[in-house]
Design a protein. Structure first.
Length: 128
């Protein structure tokens, strides 16, 4: 699948290369919008309305730091693009379809802006 260079096309081509999106034949299609910062994003408002809330709370920074105060060793986790580490179930992927430069794609990794993305990442990390 080839995308034209320009707004949306470059990003979709990179996400396709990384395995974040895949070609799609879905009847579903989410709008792409441009944010105030000039980023091209998928509008997930309709998908988020239909999504069931996750009950896993995002960790509180103060509580986490208090638990670690007597620790001797620390490590860091680079969470850049952490949503892209989480796979979307096959049966849910068609709900995350979009069209860019005339090409239809769907997310196979959790996209930024999906309602439960942060809770999913947090529950899979070592916060427990």
């Amino acid at each position: 699948m080839e995308f034209e260079v320009g707004r949306g096309g470059d990003r979709a081509r990179e996400q396709l290369r990384l395995g974040v999106v895949e070609p799609s034949n879905s009847k579903s299609n989410n709008r792409l919008v441009v944010t105030k910062k000039g980023r091209v994003c998928m509008d997930l408002r309709d998908v988020n309305k239909e999504s069931i809330d996750h009950d896993y709370p995002v960790p509180n920074l103060k509580e986490t730091l208090c638990m670690a105060r007597d620790s001797k060793y620390f490590s860091t986790l680079d969470a850049v693009k952490s949503f892209w580490q989480m796979k979307v179930r096959e049966e849910d992927r068609d709900h995350l379809s979009f069209t860019v430069k005339g090409k239809k794609c769907r997310y196979c990794r959790v996209p930024f802006g999906q309602k439960n993305a942060m809770e999913s990442v947090s529950s899979d990390c070592c916060w427990r």
